[in-house]
Design a protein around this ligand. Structure first.
Ligand SMILES: Cc1cc2nc3c(=O)[nH]c(=O)nc-3n(C[C@H](O)[C@H](O)[C@H](O)COP(=O)(O)O)c2cc1C
Ligand code: SF4
Ligand code: SF4
Length: 446
């Protein structure tokens, strides 16, 4: 049986599945039920400084994007940090940590970007016995207009400065939560690293407007006819999050910096992908909000079964394994040539592949043979783009088949070479000077 116990920056949990800082982690009642359901840890809903409670809107906080089956794909929210009193949160954190010593309990914090504010809150959080803190430099709405959240996360110098204060004033591990609302995620990650962060976590939500009501012309969620941008999360943001995690994992300046992966994680498979791309553990928000705390049961059993099947004894056995396979476009093998193949037994003759290929550019799928509807790929036109695979409604009906070295590529009339060759070696590359006799690589692009 695979060992899925996790040790993230010294914080131990029975599994790598933590709940992200959000409504499911905003009170003892919730967190205890989450622990009973099996979650390995939580990041408590972000605490602010002592003072009058935060005021949320009193109407809709959420907007959404759905798939054709009404499954939730993306969620947008305009909620702020906790609106419960600091002292009540602190008491509950202490009580939950005492009752659940084997689970990870990290506290998310967001206070003004002033040394005194951080100096004041850190000891009172430490006193709860919490395992660590997460600095919320990510929230893109409401708090950012007050100079906190993503307003800090978008300025690497501030990230470094606040991280340094935290390392100075607490013994707890410091996880810096990054905003994706930035051009290049490596800069804030490097700043956190320079400031002494024990880890980064990402992503927080993405600035967004999900929809506009075409009767009232109000962005949604609508508060009495007006809307404001909110934070986008859920399955739709997973690709953005995965890329950002990989960027940090393969950046020489931050290589080895522990990463807690967040963004659209709904299944064990999503979690395994984040971990393969360099995350040490994962955090989940939207999936728990949508399907409830018990969703973790399937995450645990799915991950364990897959690890058993693949012979991964523990999380370290596969963590980071995909990082070395992330490369820049210029290093992709131009001698790898694939063609689409349609399984005629599975094809339902819907014609989607033909239309997509025809109108996209390549005109490589015939739609008729012997006067009958028939869909077949013409190898002399197929560029191997795999768009047809992605639009076909029947799983595995179209597959991409690589040509073996020595075979003829009917499109280019060239024999497939048995060697790796990339753009940096290509004769069409203006910065390439092929050496005489180096009849490099592949057919130049048409
Ligand atoms: C309603 C809501 C409230 C959130 N509040 C916080 C918060 O207080 N602090 C924080 O760091 N992140 C907050 N988040 C962001 C989540 O922790 C998480 O980073 C984001 O939702 C992406 O993960 P997901 O795709 O699994 O939802 C919130 C998200 C939602 C949906
Ligand atoms: S792989 Fe691309 S070019 Fe080839 S048949 Fe499919 S859509 Fe057309
Ligand atoms: S999209 Fe798929 S099912 Fe539809 S015609 Fe093409 S191969 Fe057949």
């Amino acid at each position: 049986m695979a060992d899925i116990r996790s040790n993230f920056v010294g914080i131990k949990s029975p599994n790598p599945f933590w709940l992200a800082s959000a409504p499911p982690t905003d009170k003892a009642y919730n967190v205890e039920r989450a622990f009973k359901a099996g979650w390995g840890g939580v990041v408590w809903k972000t605490l602010g400084e002592e003072g009058p409670p935060i005021v949320n809107v009193n109407g809709p906080r959420y907007g959404a994007i759905w798939g054709a089956d009404r499954r939730l794909l993306g969620l947008n929210n305009i909620e702020l940090i906790t609106d419960r009193a600091l002292q009540i949160n602190l008491q509950e954190i202490k009580q939950v940590k005492l009752a659940w010593p084997d689970r990870a309990l990290v506290v998310s914090i967001m206070v003004p970007c002033e040394e005194e504010s951080w100096k004041a809150i850190l000891p009172v959080v430490e006193e709860t016995g919490a395992d660590g803190i997460e600095l919320n430099f990510g929230c893109p709405h409401g708090m950012s207009e007050r100079g906190m959240g993503s307003a800090v996360g978008q300025v690497p110098e501030y990230i470094e400065m606040v991280t340094r204060w935290c390392k100075q004033y607490t013994r707890m591990p410091v996880i810096v939560k990054l905003t994706p609302n930035i051009t290049d995620i490596r800069y804030p990650a490097r700043a956190a690293h320079r400031g002494g962060a024990d880890a980064v976590s990402l992503i927080n939500t993405i600035s967004s407007i999900v929809s506009v009501d075409l009767d009232s012309f109000s962005p949604e969620p609508s508060i009495n006819g007006k809307g404001s941008h909110g934070g986008y999360c859920g399955p739709a943001v997973k690709p953005i999050a995965l890329n950002m995690v990989a960027e940090i994992a393969r950046d020489p300046e931050t290589a080895g910096l522990p990463i807690s992966g967040i963004g659209g994680i709904t299944t064990w498979r999503d979690a395994a992908e984040f971990m393969a791309l360099g995350a040490g553990n994962v955090q989940v928000c939207t999936a728990a909000m949508t399907y409830g705390f018990k969703i973790v049961e399937e995450m645990i059993s799915g991950l364990s079964n897959w690890m058993d099947e693949k012979g991964h004894a523990d999380l370290d056995a596969f963590a980071g394994r995909a990082v070395r396979n992330v490369t820049d476009w210029q290093y992709l093998d131009l001698n790898y040539i694939a063609k689409a193949r349609i399984d005629q037994d599975l094809c339902i003759s819907c014609g989607r592949c033909h239309i997509a290929c025809e109108d996209t550019s390549h005109q490589a799928i015939m739609k008729e043979k012997d006067g009958k509807r028939h869909f077949e790929v013409m190898d002399d036109e197929c560029v191997g783009c795999n768009l047809c695979v992605n639009v076909c409604p029947v799983e595995d009906c179209i597959t991409m088949v690589p040509l073996e070295p020595g075979m003829l590529d009917e499109r280019t009339g060239r024999i497939v070479e048995d060697r790796y060759a990339n753009w940096t070696m290509h004769p069409n590359n203006p910065s390439t000077r092929p050496t005489p006799g180096d009849v490099s690589v592949v057919e130049p692009a048409e």
